[in-house]
Write a protein that binds this ligand. Structure first.
Ligand code: CA
Length: 225
């Protein structure tokens, strides 16, 4: 899951990004509203954390511009202001949720996950393909009763494949959702991670749930074994 953080306070942006990466999200940072709008046009984010007071274009205008473009990516707006009036203003502008600074990081992550879940009604709390389950909140993955330990990157790839179960996902799509702009390496790195995923979720169980679609990408299906 890929998140855009639009925040002009560098230390705040850096700590948010570090925390979200630890939670398994890919994160891009935009330092002002203009940059935020640029990133949002380039990448299909799963959610946007948007500061209200921003240089160049403020958060209200960023949000309204996104909605005018027909971009309905969930927006969690951060503000130092308090009061119902401000909240109503934010919601009118199309923000999906609101958090007043200072906030707890745990609360921010919970709200973000709720927004991402709400966005796609096909996306259940616990993701499943046959007896393979992934819980985005607890980071728990299992095949039947057997718990599986994944690295943060493997987890993100599996989460993305599960969100598109039955569909072909190209390497570049996987890259776009799992890596951020700081990574400009070879898309074939995806192969390396898919191989290690198979060693953990398929091989020990004599399954083949991730199939390679020649020249197109990968497809995760129930069982497949
Ligand atoms: Ca600010």
């Amino acid at each position: 899951m890929r998140i855009l953080v639009v925040e002009d306070e560098a230390s705040m942006a850096a700590s948010l990004a570090a925390g979200l990466r630890t939670e398994g999200f890919a994160v891009d940072i935009a330092a002002d509203g203009e940059e935020g709008l640029w990133y949002a046009a380039e990448v299909d984010y799963d959610a946007i954390v948007l500061d209200l007071m921003l240089p160049k274009v403020n958060g209200f205008v960023v949000c309204r511009t996104l909605r005018d473009r027909g971009d309905w990516t969930p927006v969690l707006m951060l503000t130092a202001k308090t009061g119902e009036l401000d909240e109503a203003e934010g919601l009118d502008t199309g923000a999906d949720d609101y958090l007043t600074k200072p906030f707890s990081f745990v609360v921010l992550v919970a709200r973000l996950r709720a927004l991402i879940r709400r966005r796609g009604d096909e996306r259940p709390t616990v993701m499943q393909a046959g007896d393979l389950t992934l819980d985005p909140a607890s980071h728990h993955v299992s095949r039947g009763d057997t718990a599986i330990e994944l690295t943060a990157r493997e987890f993100s790839i599996l989460e993305f494949l599960l969100s598109r179960a039955g569909q072909v996902c190209s390497k570049s799509e996987i890259m776009a959702h799992v890596w951020d702009f700081e990574f400009d390496g070879d898309p074939n790195i995806v192969e390396v991670y898919v191989r290690s995923l198979r060693k953990k979720i398929d091989l020990p169980f004599d399954r083949a749930s991730i199939s390679t679609v020649r020249g197109a990408g990968y497809r995760l299906e129930e069982d497949g074994g």
